[in-house]
Design a protein around this ligand. Structure first.
Ligand SMILES: Nc1ncnc2c1ncn2[C@@H]1O[C@H](COP(=O)(O)OP(=O)(O)OP(=O)(O)O)[C@@H](O)[C@H]1O
Length: 272
């Protein structure tokens, strides 16, 4: 943990292994501003009247290049909502979301789609792999949609698949891959190209612990190369890969700098 006043976790810092492994060819272009993601007093209410659900109630969060922020909190506290707003997949009811200095509400649909394709990588629980495309085609798709030539896109996709240990399986279709392999294809797709913001919602869900750790190492490596990352997780040992932990409860931030030792107490309701 590198947060102000935060203590180091008792376990060895898992980030140490990734730092030395940072590959120069994965470098992301120099940051254009101080923050990649800036959530400003964001609210999200679903429905209205007595049935209204206040999923987020005034959350502010800034994530800088090279910073991985873990978001933790009980089920229903608003973690996934925060991530979908950060990625421009949903709009806040009030407040603003800025990505690389761009207020998302100022972009039209086409501009928002372009920003999402080029600059934001999503690793969500729902993998959204396209069944009729091979692994390498799935990974290359966002690049091709963005105008990268087919050959160059395939080469970058193969590099990304190699990075997640699937270089041999690029020609397989999703239903010819295990759940864990599919997850890694989705991760390769999220990291391919030059994504500045990587959003991960329980990215290790379908994976055994060893593969899960490899995924977190990849995420950490990309962040160390200059991206900004947000990782939603229920597990303190996964949050240990982050620089900072933000805790949500009932749609509000209850703590943003707690050392890991405080995680269990906060989640069980006895903290603060
Ligand atoms: N589309 C929706 N319509 C109505 N309510 C919603 C919708 N999406 C989320 N919610 C509600 O908003 C609140 C926050 O949901 P969210 O999925 O962000 O929580 P979470 O912390 O990610 O939960 P979990 O850990 O279980 O995934 C919950 O009460 C949820 O039921």
């Amino acid at each position: 943990m590198t947060t102000g006043g935060g203590r180091m976790p008792a376990a060895p810092d898992p980030r140490a292994a990734s730092n030395s492994a940072a590959a120069p060819d994965q470098a992301v272009p120099a940051p254009t501003g101080d923050t990649v993601l800036d959530l400003r007093d964001v609210h999200r209410t679903h429905g209205s009247g007595p049935a209204a659900v206040h999923a987020l109630r005034g959350v502010s969060l800034a994530v800088r290049p090279g910073e991985l922020v873990a978001v933790m909190g009980p089920s229903g506290s608003g973690k996934s909502t925060l991530l979908t707003l950060a990625g421009g997949l949903d709009s806040p009811t009030a407040g603003e979301v800025h990505v690389e200095g761009q207020p998302l509400h100022a972009l039209d649909r086409r501009g928002l789609a372009r920003l999402r394709r080029r600059r934001i990588g999503y690793i969500f629980q729902n993998l959204n792999l396209i069944g009729s495309l091979t692994a390498v085609e799935n990974v290359a798709l966002p690049l091709e949609l963005d105008g990268t030539g087919v050959r160059a896109a395939r080469r970058l996709a193969l590099d990304a698949l190699t990075e997640v240990g699937l270089s041999e399986l690029g020609d397989r279709f999703p239903d010819q891959l295990s759940g864990g392999q599919q997850q890694r294809v989705a991760i390769a797709r999220a990291l391919v190209g030059q994504r500045r913001l990587v959003l991960a919602d329980e990215p290790t869900g379908a994976l055994d612990s060893q593969t899960g750790e490899a995924v977190l190492r990849l995420l950490r490596r990309r962040v160390d190369a200059g991206a900004a990352g947000v990782l939603v997780t229920h597990e303190a040992r996964h949050a240990a890969w982050a620089d900072r932990v933000v805790f949500l409860r009932d749609g509000v931030t209850v703590d943003s700098t707690a050392p890991l030792a405080g995680v269990e107490a906060l989640l069980s309701g006895s903290g603060r």
